[in-house]
Ligand binder design. Structure first.
Ligand code: 2DT
Length: 214
């Protein structure tokens, strides 16, 4: 009889806007496939679900919502994906996730409207990442990569505040790996791949946890 399939790793990418998460997650997915490691991409917010559509119209400035309401919608958007993500991980597929609860906390906390405990509370008990790769990049470098579009948070002063919230969140978190994202893409990819291959191996021997921030 075949043994049980080892589970996949939950790998999360975080960083300010234009830190390069999306192109690196795509590169990583290809590199894992090339090595025969089953993997799939997810991103939050998932704009295709009912909560995602509301979030999207908020981000595009078509809809105004209070800071509390949008925060809880972002969290709901993650909770509604949790059972599918859990099944996928248990079936042996590594998930590469572009933004997660850390963005949830950093962006709301950066508004100054709520304290950190309040911001963290709704995501408590979510699937726990095996690795969080934080793309660290000076706000000025990120902003110079491309013009910010018209979305709500795409302003340098705000991104600066988000960046300092991310730095606070990473302190003392043993899953948190800081990657210098101001370097050429190939160097970033190499650093990311090393971290992820390690996490995939580690995850094989550790149960999947659902105790984020507990
Ligand atoms: P993208 O540009 O990556 O699609 O993100 N955000 C994201 C939050 O404020 N809270 C969250 O929980 C998440 C996941 C970051 C859209 C914007 O939404 C912000 C940028």
């Amino acid at each position: 009889m075949m043994g049980k399939q080892p589970r996949g790793a939950l790998v999360v990418f975080e960083g300010i806007d234009r830190s390069g998460k999306t192109s690196q997650t795509n590169l990583l997915n290809g590199a894992l496939s090339a090595r025969g490691i089953p993997s799939a991409l997810r991103r939050f917010p998932d704009r295709t679900t009912p909560t995602g559509l509301l979030i999207s119209s908020y981000l595009e400035g078509q809809k105004n919502l209070s800071d509390q309401v949008i925060h809880l919608l972002f969290s709901s958007n993650r909770w509604e994906a949790t059972s599918e993500m859990k099944e996928t991980l248990e079936s042996g597929t590594t998930l590469i996730v572009d933004r997660y609860a850390y963005s949830g906390v950093a962006y709301t906390a950066a508004k100054g409207a709520a304290d950190l405990d309040w911001c963290k509370a709704p995501d408590r008990g979510l699937l726990t990442p095996d690795l969080v790769i934080y793309f660290d990049i000076p706000t000025s470098v990120a902003a110079s990569r491309a013009e910010y579009g018209g979305e709500r948070y795409e302003k340098v002063e705000f991104q600066e505040k988000v960046r300092s919230q991310f730095a606070k969140l990473g302190e003392g978190d043993k899953r948190w790996a800081i990657v210098d994202a101001a370097r050429p893409g190939e160097d970033i990819h190499e650093a990311v791949l090393g971290l992820v291959l390690e996490a995939v191996e580690r995850a094989k021997n550790e149960p999947l946890r659902e105790d984020l921030w507990v």
